[in-house]
Design a protein around this ligand. Structure first.
Ligand code: ZN
Length: 325
């Protein structure tokens, strides 16, 4: 079987595509599962990423990249946390004494920068013999305080550790306020009066109340018009899917369910609303989400059998259709 190599621009020779560290070996990537029947492809790796790749299955190179990054995040979380707790100036000025602290001061910022640059590294655009390959999606990435996380779940996991917040608590707050409000969510959790179950529940209840009040105030300005009434489904109950090499974002599916959108025609009618809503995030994300949702609704329309029996999110569409009747 032919194995293709990805093009390596001159300035990236001897560089790992995943993290930018020095080259060690090319990893032969075989998509698993292979949705598009792609040929294996060789990707330059450093020693560490090579090791991580050999232990990771993925259907596409961007999925593989995100999984490698997630492992780097976990492995170097102590180093990455340094930047959350210190600034370079604070470290330099700090009057910490004793041999152990001297050593820490010397190396801490450097270790942080190395880890940060590796997880943030974006690689170079993928091409084979000059032809761009695949879509390398960044739609799921989340940036917080100058560090890029491969997805929201990973960000929540790492940031909960960094700020000593119970992870499921941070997750619930993020779910309430939305992924654009990660900073608010962290501050909210940090100023919560205690983390016992009862205290968390009370804080969540008051936050919910506050958001409901805000939503009430905002209502007259949001266009309702001819939108169908939909259902509200928590994000974590919506499965991420990849169809025809296109990611179908749970955020997009959640939006569709919320607005009672079940067909391509309804989506076309709501296109402006959809794009306006997600462009707050980024325009590219909005377009990627839209495309993913189109692919998904088209698949549901063309393959009713699949929609009814196999679609991992079918229960929500059943529920929505019941309601729309
Ligand atoms: Zn690497």
């Amino acid at each position: 079987m032919t194995i293709q190599s990805i093009d390596v621009p001159f300035e990236y020779r001897h560089t790992c595509w995943f993290c930018g560290e020095p080259y060690y070996e090319s990893f032969i990537f075989r998509p698993e599962p292979d949705y598009a029947g792609d040929l294996p492809v060789k990707v330059p790796c450093c020693e560490e990423c090579y090791g991580l790749c050999t232990r990771t299955k993925a259907s596409g190179l961007d999925v593989l990249r995100d999984r490698v990054k997630a492992r780097l995040h976990r492995k170097y979380q102590k180093h990455l946390q340094i930047g959350a707790h210190w600034t370079r100036e604070e470290l330099e000025d700090s009057e910490m004494e004793g041999k152990a602290f001297e050593g820490f001061k010397e190396s801490a910022w450097k270790m942080f920068e190395i880890a940060r640059d590796r997880v943030n590294y974006t690689g170079w655009p993928l091409a084979i013999d000059g032809q761009p390959v695949g879509q390398i999606s960044q739609a799921f990435q989340v940036e917080y305080h100058g560090i890029v996380y491969p997805n929201l779940a990973q960000a929540v996991e790492q940031l909960a550790k960094t700020y000593a917040i119970p992870e499921d608590y941070l997750e619930q707050v993020v779910e309430l306020v939305g992924r654009q409000q990660l900073g608010f969510a962290i501050r909210f959790c940090k100023t919560t009066h205690g983390y016992s179950e009862a205290q968390q529940a009370a804080s969540l209840a008051s936050l919910r109340e506050r958001l409901a009040e805000e939503a009430q105030d905002a209502k007259p300005t949001t266009p309702s018009g001819n939108t169908q009434q939909g259902i509200e489904v928590p994000l974590k109950l919506i499965e991420l899917q990849i169809l025809h090499r296109t990611e179908v974002s749970p955020y997009a599916v959640q939006w569709a369910l919320r607005h009672g959108v079940t067909t391509l025609a309804q989506l076309a009618e709501q296109e402006d609303n959809f794009l306006a809503y997600f462009s707050q995030d980024s325009e590219l994300t909005a377009v990627l989400y839209f495309t993913g949702l189109q692919v998904y609704l088209e698949k549901r329309a063309l393959d009713p059998q699949w929609a009814d029996k196999q679609d991992p999110n079918r229960q929500w569409f059943h529920k929505l259709n019941q309601q729309l009747k």
